[in-house]
Design a protein around this ligand. Sequence first.
Ligand code: PLP
Length: 427
Amino acid sequence: MQFENTREFARQLDKDDKLSKYREEFIFPKVNGKDVIYFVGNSLGLQPKSAQKYVDEVMKDWAELAVEGHFYAEKSWWDYHERFSEKLAKVVGAKSTEVTVMNTLTVNLHLLMVSFYRPSGKRYKIICEEKAFPSDQYMISSQVRFHGYDPKDAIVEIKKRDGENNFRTEDVLDKIREVGEECALVLIGGVNYYTGQVFDMETITKVGHEVGAFVGWDLAHAAGNIELKLSEWNVDFAAWCSYKYMNSGPGNASGCFINEKYHNKKDIPRFEGWWGHNKERRFLMEPEFQPEPTADAWQISNAPILAMAPYLASLEMFDEVGMPALIEKRNKIVAYLEFVLHEIDKEVDSTFEIITPAEQENRGTQLSVFLHGEGKELFRYLMDEGVITDWREPNVIRLAPAPFYCSYEDMFEFGQILKKGILSKQD
Ligand SMILES: *Cc1c(COP(=O)(O)O)cnc(C)c1O
């Protein structure tokens, strides 16, 4: 499709957009009395209007039923989390028995490393990407030290080539093969938080297995953003937060995937609690742990129902729309944003550069833009004008037009505001 950088053209795209009606289902903050242009759904998704109702329901059940709500609330609490598995499994390409919701992301990665990072003998190294999200770096380093190793020796980082913005799959595979039988675990962010690059998870998982390592993925920036086929790719484990593209609310519960081949396996250790116990017998309070035969065996505590209520509201919208429709719009709106950026760049004499891969299969919703010169000033100007982006040192703004609620006209409008901002500085 031949794009045009005009308001009429953008409006026509919105008219033709099957998902445009969902914009009304979300609450936008306002700046100067106007809805903001929201580019940070990769950081904290907007609040679905239906979330309030789901929370109110729980508050009402708690008031009226108190402890009886565990069994007699319309959405009973003892099995509240089970309402997520099937819908969430569709989002990440898994069987419903392989998916569970619990805790928060970094906590879950630690718990999954209890099961899947068990260094012994020669095999003790973890391969991750350089400049991984800080929480992942701290987590991996503390796990390695917990097992008595030196992070400098036990953590092997995949590097980008000099002068390149993104990782090359061949370099990832070479590194895995080089570390070979010393590699205990490959653990990478499936979508890089900084550049938006999508890793070739299928191939990397396969090669990790060839050297005898477990392969896990941090899907914080992938869940609800890109197509995932965790079962088919034979991934060992994965975890993701729900408050980014999945719009569940700040700090909300994390999803986990545990490949079914590890369910019911006695040689896979776990940190256990009563919510992972055989659910038919959970309240018999027996002394010996009998794991659920699913990913739920990894659950420890009873679920935080109030937190999970808005997540369920949001997940039901994902289920209604489906990832294929979201991805179709995502591809088009990101392509349009990229086009608008290139048009503006021509008019303002190359003051920025997109560092996200240009190929659709290597990126999702996010475009990361490197700003030359006074980047931070421009970022603040955008905020004042009601364009919410986020800033990453040294000079990058990240733009993620979430397909659920961003419009094509937003992209056009953003381009105009950006141009004005850059030109006023060049004067
Ligand atoms: C957002 C994000 C996190 C956040 O971790 P929490 O435990 O939810 O605070 C971790 N890892 C990556 C890659 C992220 O993008």
